[in-house]
Ligand binder design. Sequence first.
Ligand code: MN
Ligand code: MN
Length: 417
Amino acid sequence: MPNETEKDVLTRRGFLGVGSAALAAAGIPYVENLSAQESAYQSVSERSKSDPGPTNPGVDAANPDSNNPPPTDAGGVQTFKYPFSFAHKRLQEGGWSREVTQRELAISKTLAGVDMRLTAGGVRELHWHTAAEWAIMLYGTARITCIDAEGKSFVTDVGDNDLWFFPPGIPHSIQGLGPDGCEFLLVFDDGNFSEYETVLLTDWMAHTPPEIVAKNFGVSQKALANLPKKEKFIFQTAVPGPLEDDRRVAAGKLGPSPIDFAFRTNKAPATMSNKNGEVRIIDSKNFKISTTAAAIVTVKPGCLRELHWHPNADEWQYFYAGKGRMTVFATGGRARTMDFETGDVGYIQKTLPHYIENTGTTDLKFLEMFKASVYQDLALSEWLSHTPPELVAAHLNLDKATLDAIPRNEPLIMPGS
Ligand code: MN
Ligand code: MN
C-alpha cells in the first residue's frame, strides 16, 4: 500500500469521533464503540507502519508477517515458532545433537524435537527414555537396534524418509552408515524431554559400584577396569558389517522380534496426492507400534493447506523445505501470523484453527506431529458443506452459488489463485 488511502483517513477520523452520518455519507460503514482489539483490524497508514529506529534487517526480512502483520492479526498470542538454528548444538566426535523443547518454545507442552547428525560409524549410544521416540530420516542411512518387551532383538537399516518408533523404556541405538552417515529428526511425546538426560549405558555403568557390576555379570572387577568413567552419548567407531550378520548374532536363540519398529514411507501409498501437493498420514492404523501420529505434507508454490483444526491433540510441526506462513486463530478476537522456513518448529494447541500457505517459489514440506495414536482433523470447508446451507448463509452472508462452490470432500490442499 504505497499511499495513505481515502479509507485510511476516514477510518482514522472514525477513531477521532467523526460521526456516523459523515461516514455514511462517504459510503464507509461506521462501527460503534471500537474496542482496542477491533481497532487492530482497521488498516494502518504507511506513516504509522514506518520503523526509523534500529532494527535487525535479516530477521525482519525472514519474518514479514511479524514485522508487518496482516490487519486480521490481533491481540496477544503466545509465540509458536522456534528455529533449530537458535538451539545449542552439542558437538562430539561422531556427530551432534540439538533440541527444541518446552524450555525453548514455551507453548510446546506435549512434544519436543531433536535434530541429530551422525558420521559414518558415529553412534548415538545404547539408551532409553521415559518418552516415546518417533523419528524420520532426513539424510543418508543409519542402522538402528532395539530389543522388544520380550527381549527379542530388532536390527534394521533405514534411509531417506524412513521412520522408526521406540516406545518408552525400550532400549535402542542409532549408528550412521557409509558413505556419509545420516541426519534425522526425533520427536518425543513430552514437551519437557531432554536428549541430554536419558538412561545411557555408559552413564549407568559409571554410576554403579564396580563390585556390583562384576557380581551382576559374574566376572572379575579386573575384567571391567576399562569401563568408561562417564557417558559417551555420541562417539565415533567403525562402520558396522553386513546387516544380516548383526541380525543373526543379536537374535541368538530367542529369534528376532515380530514387531516392526520401522516404517518405509517411500513404499507406502500417499493418503492424497495431486497437482497442489501431497499428504501422507502415518499413525497406528498403518504403523502399528506408533502412538505418535504424523502427517507428512508437501504444498506446491502458492497453494494452501486448508483452514482446519485437530480435535484430539496439539500439533508440533517441523518445516524441512521451502517457505510458508501460518495464522493461528486463538479465540477471543486474537490471531497471529508467523513465517516458517527450513529448520523451523511450529506449534498449535489442540482445536485451534490454522492454515499453512506456501509463500515461496519451491515446494513447502513439513511434518504435522500429534501425541495421539490416530490422526484426526476437521476442515472448515467440510464443516460448512455438511451443515444446513440456510444456517451457514445466515452466518456468513454468502449467496447460494458461493456456498455450493465450497469443497465437500476435504481436499486438504487447495490450489493457488
Ligand atoms: Mn532415543
Ligand atoms: Mn494442522
